[in-house]
Design a protein around this ligand. Structure first.
Ligand code: ADP
Ligand code: MG
Length: 698
């Protein structure tokens, strides 16, 4: 999707820093391509070189600027080559400290021959760093230093320390940023009236302040990014995001898509055929979607609902609405297991209604694949179900009216975009997610989406009882599993997560399987993991469903969507390694029937603080929204949104959880500016989106 206002084909503008191959590549690594990027490359912290500290006053652990005269310097070779410089602090008559002459030893482990010459006796040096008690007395190791004349002026502002990358020294980065600050006009994108209303400072003054803060600034407010100068930048960033999303929203409203009004023929037939009634929340979601589909522009709706809330049925009804109108629908799921489950479930529901369904996944045999592709391209297929294979090259839909993406947060932005561009005219899109996104986040990142929440579970569910059990009490857990399975229940045994490599994960899965099989010789034990062939996986899952397997050893491949109501017990090994959302999803695999289910989370000591916090959160909470909120607090928004896969950096300055007031303000300002057709809109988008697009858009 492109942004009409402010989008640029090439980020390189006149005024890009002069080419110096190494440095430019390194700057690029930092995301810095233009002078404006340099201006927006803000310090991580500051060093205070605005005042000199007497050696007698330096405090251990606190970096300080000191001045002293070289007395002696020597290159020593033991234990390793070291330049050792002895300095003496200036005497009282020279303006030094009256408490007597202090000595300081400085050691350099890496140095140039020129440095040895430079630091010759009699030279006066200003050094910045930490002074620590050493072998001979006070000592500094590798301080930053500069030769000075007596009475040389001090820095007028704090020295910024920038995030940088290997091979790009602070000095070079500072020089470039300073140059950009001095040459760019940095005029304001917003007018004085708005700024006054929001009590924000000017752009130029805020930026200059952050790069060159005066000596007496409130250091904590800079560090914590609560200083008004920080607030201005955060506001600008959020405003750009809000504007961009509204522009995208408008663009979408201006595009055309097939009108697919609810004809109630197939949809009603499905509802009538079900052994249960739709929940209120499902009905509401369906009617919102039905209205969208009847519009002549593409739907972009996100359907959120906790694990087990019944999103699949809502998706099925949406698909039927497209099919009733003579269009095709497609359903894409992130894993083959999940796609297959959908395939089985939807075939069960829709084939009796005469709907033609095709299955398409990576593992398909060439002949079957060819047949599926032909049926999709020929329009014979009404509903195609599969993995991302559905939207790869070579797949052409005859008449795609609706694309449904399950577990949308697991897909990268590119995959979702590929989907949008299939089949000529823009199809409607329904995205589903069981990872509920907190309101503030949805407001911020999905401002161009419509969001529907299924806030109700189908009746007859009993919440899953969760137990945290130390690995030392494994024997008791084994007993518990044996007992439950003897009584006719089925159980999952989730293998420890190994993130390093798929190979190791496979090894862990097989080892766990062997151990479990030896532990439970009396039970039918099965294994399912991500590396299995699709047909094998399907076989295992159907054996489990048919109760031919009592205890299923599984990797986290079962984390999404798997639905076996008779499975009422789950043991998760090394639960401390797993993420909160992952644990919640896993736990959602049990508790799908009327019987009370139990999830046992095995953990081994020692626990990191984060792991402890996660286990506590999953133990205390059952509501997916609350868990998502805690997850956000623990991890930050990036992962939740799947930004890691997409590689799209998110907000750089603002913090969605903490800066809610600014987000609200930015939202209102965006509405007002757009309503007033203010020239600020184009100016602002141009500044913030001109050089790089850092928004997650889909
Ligand atoms: P999720 O939202 O996690 O994708 P599913 O769509 O897999 O949830 O639904 C979970 C289970 O609940 C499925 O077995 C589904 O058939 C069943 N289900 C869906 N809607 C209802 C309902 N209204 N009443 C009872 N069971 C339902
Ligand atoms: Mg689902």
């Amino acid at each position: 999707m492109k942004v009409a206002v402010g989008a640029r084909d090439s980020p390189h503008k006149p005024g890009t820093p002069a080419a110096r191959p190494g440095t430019d590549a390194r700057l690029e690594k930092l995301g810095v391509r233009t002078k404006l990027d340099l201006v927006l490359h803000l310090p991580l912290r500051y060093e205070d070189e605005t005042r000199l500290t007497a050696l007698a006053d330096v405090r251990p652990g606190e970096p300080a600027l000191v001045e002293a005269e070289v007395v002696d310097s020597e290159v020593k070779y033991r234990p390793r080559r070291t330049l050792v410089v002895k300095l003496r602090e200036t005497t009282p008559e020279e303006g030094g400290d009256a408490r007597g002459a202090h000595e300081l030893w400085v050691r350099f482990l890496n140095f140039y021959p020129s440095q040895v010459k430079q630091l010759a006796p009699g030279k006066r040096v200003r050094l910045f760093g930490e002074v620590r008690p050493g072998f001979f007395g006070d000592e500094m190791v590798h301080p930053r230093y500069r030769l000075v004349q007596k009475g040389a002026p001090l820095a007028e502002s704090l020295t910024p320390v920038y995030p940088t990358t290997a091979g790009l020294p602070q000095g070079e980065l500072r020089r470039r940023i300073d140059e950009a600050l001095d040459t760019l006009a940095l005029e304001d994108t917003l007018d004085a009236k708005i700024l006054a209303k929001l009590r924000l400072g000017g752009f130029r003054e805020s930026v200059l302040f952050l790069h060159r803060p005066p000596p007496k600034v409130d250091a904590a407010s800079l560090q914590e990014r609560t200083h008004p100068a920080w607030r201005r930048l955060k506001f600008d960033e959020l405003l750009a995001q809000q504007l961009a999303m509204r522009v995208a929203y408008r663009e979408r409203r201006a595009k055309s898509a097939p009108k697919l009004p609810d004809a109630h023929t197939l949809t009603n037939a499905l509802v009538r055929s079900l052994p249960f009634a739709l929940t209120r929340a499902q009905r509401e979601a369906q009617s919102a979607i039905a209205k969208d589909l009847a519009q002549p522009h593409p739907m972009r709706r996100l359907l959120q609902g906790d694990v087990g809330s019944g999103k699949t049925l809502v998706a099925a009804l949406a698909a039927l609405q497209a099919i009733e109108n003579g269009w095709q629908a497609a359903l894409m799921a992130p894993t083959e297991i999940l796609a297959e489950q959908h395939y089985l479930k939807l075939s069960h529901w829709l084939e009796p209604l005469g709907v033609k369904i095709a299955w398409l996944a990576g593992g398909l045999k060439a002949r079957a694949k060819k047949a599926a592709l032909e049926a999709i391209a020929g329009g014979e297929t009404q509903l195609a179900i599969g993995t991302h294979a559905l939207f790869q090259e070579g797949v052409a839909f005859a008449k795609l009216g609706l694309a449904i993406v399950d577990e949308q947060h697991r897909f990268g932005v590119e995959q979702r975009l590929a989907l949008a561009s299939k089949g000529g005219a823009e199809p409607h899109q329904l995205m589903m997610s069981a990872t509920p996104i907190p309101r503030t986040l949805a407001m911020s990142y999905f401002a161009d989406l419509d969001v529907t929440v299924i806030d109700e579970m189908p009746p007859g569910r009993t919440p899953v009882l969760t137990k945290l059990v130390s690995d030392e009490r494994r024997d008791e857990v084994i007993e518990r599993v044996r007992e439950s399975c003897r009584e006719g229940a089925q159980a999952y045994w989730v293998c420890p997560l190994v993130e390093e490599s798929e190979q190791l994960q496979l090894k862990a899965a097989i080892e766990t399987f062997e151990t479990i099989r030896a532990t439970f010789p009396d039970l039918a034990v099965g294994l399912v993991h991500g590396r299995m062939k699709p047909a094998e996986k399907a076989q295992v899952m159907s054996d489990f469903k048919a109760r031919r397997i009592q205890l299923l050893v599984a990797t986290t491949v079962i984390e999404v969507g798997v639905d076996v109501p008779n499975a009422t017990l789950m043991v998760i090994e090394h639960a401390e390694r797993m993420g909160l959302a992952q644990l919640h999803q896993l736990r959602g695999r049990v508790g799908r029937g009327a019987k009370r289910s139990l999830a046992i989370l095995l953990y081994s000591q020692p626990l990191s603080e984060l792991a402890r916090a996660r286990l506590k959160a999953i133990y205390e909470n059952h509501d997916g929204f609350e868990i998502a909120r805690q997850d956000l607090l623990l991890r930050g928004p990036g992962e939740l949104l799947g930004a890691r896969q997409s590689g799209a950096p998110l907000l750089r300055f603002a913090d969605i959880e903490r800066d809610t007031d600014l987000l609200e303000a930015a939202r209102r300002a965006a509405d007002e500016l757009l309503a007033a057709r203010s020239p600020s809109v184009a100016r602002h988008l141009d500044r913030w989106l001109g050089s790089r697009q850092f928004f997650l858009r889909a």
